[in-house]
Ligand binder design. Structure first.
Ligand SMILES: *[C@@H]1O[C@H](CO)[C@@H](O)[C@H](O)[C@H]1NC(C)=O
Ligand SMILES: *[C@@H]1O[C@H](CO)[C@@H](O)[C@H](O)[C@H]1NC(C)=O
Ligand SMILES: *[C@@H]1O[C@H](CO)[C@@H](O)[C@H](O)[C@H]1NC(C)=O
Ligand SMILES: *[C@@H]1O[C@H](CO)[C@@H](O)[C@H](O)[C@H]1NC(C)=O
Ligand SMILES: *[C@@H]1O[C@H](CO)[C@@H](O)[C@H](O)[C@H]1NC(C)=O
Ligand SMILES: *[C@@H]1O[C@H](CO)[C@@H](O)[C@H](O)[C@H]1NC(C)=O
Ligand SMILES: *[C@@H]1O[C@H](CO)[C@@H](O)[C@H](O)[C@H]1NC(C)=O
Length: 547
């Protein structure tokens, strides 16, 4: 029961669709006609282009009083299923007077001669109907799809100044009706399946011109569609079967083009990968000697190409002055530092894609490293090439997300060298920011060393805390010195007094100072590492760089 209802519904809707398709189609005629309203007899004949000069119009006649309503429409004249031609139907309402014996209709299209025909009223009917409004219609002008036609309507005989002129645009091959039945519009219809794995398109053609072979090819669409070399001619008897076209890259501008094997046949194009823009962002090349990054846009798509640097959160931040607009062809960025974080961002409209050609680090030319030298750790810049760097101490203010560079300096590192930055004791809660200077486009590397506690000798801070340590050490040293000296003096005195008691006449000697000096020298040696308190900030800056 339910099935039956479903079948009925399907049937009803198919019929409706069919009817709808018919009703949107153009009116069909078998032969072209000239028609005049009832009672008026008229005959059409071709006209000579050179006609006698116009006559002076009788009083009161002008164009708008004679031609009331000139209108155009399009009909199809068919001799077979695929043999329809587009016909321009011209219809005009005409105010008859005794002097008007007919009308002439001329059409002109770009690059063509003017073509005219006259509709002549029979003498008896025109005399009888004088003063009445009549209708005249003719549909014997063939036009091509999309053609622009100029139409000039005059009376017969021709009166000076009484001329109606208008323009008609023939419909384009948009309607289903025309695409099936007007040869100028029959391209064939392509359907396809894609095998991305095999890199093949299987294509089948329907609704093509019967009795003609059919061409299929792959092409890259730009101003024209230029062939890729893949071309097939399908024989009449093989039409309807599917054929295989291999392709190399599924580019958005790769199209299948099909047309019947006849002169000036209209063509159809379908582009199976037109939405696969991401296919365009491959093929970035880098010349390490020239330090040039190049890429070619394989399809004409307006693209903004920018160099950018990936952050830890994955966002790629545009580098300054490294954005280009490109819609076709090759672009290059010169003097590019092939750092793993340096990427290329492609933007089309509101979408963007990022590609990082150096991400594998194979071409990486320099690095900032923390190296251990003896019991110290130090920050060094190593480089495979002779290069200059800007090095800055980067401080993160409380609450800020990014650090700010205070002072930067230039460091030169020779080929396969490492240059120590002597920074380690200053980077507590701050970071080093390093960027190559001898190239146009470079990533900025930030290295944060969180190891203050591990550094030897507490050579960490400057400022008040140090001052107190210094004072205590100083005071302690002096105290111990004085105590040592006193003890020494005391010992010497006792000995002297004992000897004096023993000898009675020996002279008193000065105490020997050498005894305390080693203690003081040791202390001063420890102080060499520590900058003077008032100069702390400046020294920090001066020591920032090793050169
Ligand atoms: C044409 O003639 C009619 C009457 O014959 C008149 O009313 C009209 O103004 C004229 N139009 C022009 C443009 O002269
Ligand atoms: C002019 O002719 C068109 C087409 O025949 C018709 O639709 C329209 O009503 C006519 N207009 C006048 C003012 O007669
Ligand atoms: C595409 O695949 C479908 C399902 O496999 C098949 O019915 C159809 O004929 C194929 N079309 C072409 C053009 O190969
Ligand atoms: C950007 O490039 C232009 C021209 O190439 C140059 O004049 C300008 O100084 C550059 N700006 C920066 C920040 O490099
Ligand atoms: C790229 O084109 C856009 C508009 O299309 C323009 O606003 C932008 O400045 C251009 N950029 C460059 C680098 O030329
Ligand atoms: C930058 O350096 C100057 C002088 O050396 C100093 O006064 C200032 O506090 C420093 N700024 C930061 C954010 O460290
Ligand atoms: C960096 O430190 C090392 C060892 O502490 C020292 O020999 C070298 O001279 C220092 N370089 C600079 C530029 O201060």
């Amino acid at each position: 029961m339910i099935l039956w209802v479903a079948l009925l519904t399907a049937h009803c809707c198919l019929v409706l669709n069919g009817a709808a398709a018919e009703s949107t189609g153009l009116e069909r005629i078998e032969k072209c006609h000239t028609r005049c309203s009832q009672g008026l007899h008229c005959k059409a004949k071709p006209d000579y282009i050179f006609r006698p000069p116009c006559q002076e119009a009788a009083g009161g006649l002008n164009t708008s009083s004679v031609f009331h309503n000139v209108s155009f429409s399009t009909v199809l004249m068919c001799e077979g299923r695929q043999k329809c031609s587009l016909q321009l139907r011209i219809k005009t309402a005409l105010q008859l007077t005794e002097s008007i014996q007919g009308v002439s209709i001329c059409t002109v299209t770009a690059g063509m001669m003017m073509s005219c025909r006259i509709l002549k009223f029979t003498r008896s009917s025109w005399k009888a109907m004088s003063g009445m409004q009549v209708e005249v219609e003719n549909d014997c002008t063939s036009v091509s799809p999309n053609q622009r036609v100029q139409v000039v309507v005059k009376t017969l005989p021709s009166f000076c100044g009484i001329t109606w002129t208008g323009t008609y645009n023939a419909p384009a091959c948009i309607s289903e009706d025309m695409r099936r039945h007007v040869p100028d519009c029959i391209t064939g219809r392509l359907s396809y399946n894609v095998s991305l794995v095999k890199k093949e398109l299987s294509v089948s053609v329907s609704e093509m011109m019967e009795d003609h072979k059919y061409n299929l090819r792959l092409c890259h669409k730009d101003f024209l569609c230029s062939g890729t070399g893949t071309h097939l001619l399908i024989k009449k008897e093989e039409l309807g079967k599917s054929v295989t076209l291999p392709y190399s890259r599924p580019l958005p501008c790769l199209c299948i083009e099909g047309w019947s094997a006849m002169v000036d046949a209209p063509r159809v194009q379908v582009c199976p990968f037109k939405d696969r823009l991401k296919e365009l962002w491959s093929g970035i090349t880098f010349d390490p000697l020239e330090e040039t990054l190049s890429w070619e846009l394989a399809c004409p798509v307006a693209t903004v190409v920018a160099l950018c640097q990936t952050r830890e959160d994955g966002v790629c931040v545009d580098l300054p002055n490294a954005s280009r607009n490109v819609s076709r062809g090759k672009i290059s960025f010169t003097e590019v530092d092939p750092h793993p974080q340096l990427c290329v961002k492609f933007t089309v409209g509101s979408e963007f894609w990022t590609r990082c050609p150096f991400a594998d680090g194979r071409l990486k030319e320099w690095d900032v490293v923390v190296a251990r030298r003896g019991d110290r750790e130090e920050v060094a810049v190593t480089s495979r090439v002779n290069a200059a760097f800007s090095v800055g101490l980067c401080v993160t203010p409380a609450g800020a997300a990014e650090c700010r560079v205070n002072a930067t300096q230039r460091v030169h590192v020779g080929e396969n060298e490492a240059v120590s930055l002597n920074l380690t004791d200053k980077v507590c809660s701050s970071c080093v920011q390093v960027r190559r200077l001898d190239v146009k486009h470079a990533a900025t590397v930030i290295l944060c060393v969180e190891q203050c506690n591990r550094l030897a000798h507490g050579v960490v801070a400057c400022g008040t805390s140090w001052d107190w340590i210094w004072v205590f050490m100083q005071v302690g040293a002096w105290l111990s010195g004085i105590i040592t000296l006193s003890l020494l003096l005391h010992v010497l005195l006792s000995v002297y007094q004992r000897r004096r008691k023993q000898r009675g006449s020996e002279k008193q000697q000065d105490p020997p100072h050498d005894g305390v000096l080693p203690a003081l020298q040791t202390h001063q040696h420890g102080g060499i590492l520590i900058p003077d308190s008032p100069l702390c900030g400046n020294t920090e800056k001066a020591n920032l760089l090793s050169q």
